[in-house]
Design a protein around this ligand. Sequence first.
Ligand SMILES: [Zn+2]
Length: 432
Amino acid sequence: MADTPIHDSRHEAALLQLFGQFAAFGKLPGGGISRLAAGEADRQARDHLCDWLGQNGAEVVVDSVGNIFGIFDLGQGDPDGVVLCGSHLDSQPNGGRFDGTYGVACACISAVAILAAVREGRLIPRERQLVVVAWTSEEGARFQPSILGSGVFTGDIPASQALAATDKDGVSLREALSRIGYLGEGQGPRPSRYVEIHVEQGTRLEATGNDIGVVATCWGARKLLVEVTGKPDHTGPTPMAARRDALCAAARIVVRVNDLATGAPFPVHGSVGRMDIEPNSPNTVAERVRMWVELRSGDAAVLEQVEAELMLSFAEIQQVSGCTIADSSAEGREVVEFDDTAATRVEAVLDQAGLRHMRLPTIAGHDAIRMQRICPTTLLFVPSRRGISHSPDEFTSDAQMTRGLNALTLAIARLMCSPAPQAPASAPLRTE
Ligand SMILES: [Zn+2]
């Protein structure tokens, strides 16, 4: 590499080694990973992480929902100052080996690189604790809602609710964590800042030839459960004018959601992903349809406007169809804006290191969006080949992974440390 600030080729090799070790836990014959939250493969990955953290000098704490914290004491700086860095180790069934795990492995190696630079007097930390974190159940594949462990940590989800969540076999998260030995009693330290690196799960970095994405915002989402009620009738003799066809009205809503999304002044994604039809008989006009409508956008005002227009169209569709339409629940999340000051600082060090970068939004949720609610948060992306994720085909090259490690280490150093005064100003962080 042309420039090797703070970390060097040994750290890059260590990252690839640690990442490769995690990839063995839950590995499937077809190359995918199945490491569902609080399952046996998750236990193996957690054990490996805890061993690694202990061997590298961290104090390991596990909290009540199984979040793992590896606390590195930098020996100087504000004793209450805590910078948290990590991601998640759980995967989708037959998922990829990069999603989440890459961020945990990178956090481990960045932490030891920073620790070494502090001990050698090359960096002076403002915060004394640098903490690697692996959040429980980010994926939402086994237990819902998703982004669960970090949600409990930030106070968005009560721990009791998270622990009571059950999988498809009726096993609760409490029971599953207890079985694998990760129903902890500790408490994670309150962070002054959070940093996460993750694979993009999109194609923007690849399409533009950038190494690193600095995430500016996370799209907001609205999820509506809509119930359309008509009248059951024989599909044969009932005159068309006499029918109140709930499925026909539902179809108008499906098309309307699509039209609103594609016609919006700012990108909106919208779909109806599921419908339950009653009585769902070939010979009966549908009496009732329950439909799950989802709208997402990076612009809060546009999202609100599209939702309002959808509601207005319900009145019109009721009139045409003779059915009644009720939207019984609305949930979702607001548009999240990540800390802009931190993003600008990180971009400056990426420029110095010659890493090509761009700002971009994330449409998918990440632990970082929970964390931005309680502290300044930075989310970085590395490229994903063809944008594929939640699939065995998920892929990021070794070179892209090590450039990401470099970016993460530089970002943490810039955000929590000052260069030592004796270091030359032109290259304050170089090691060789
Ligand atoms: Zn993830």
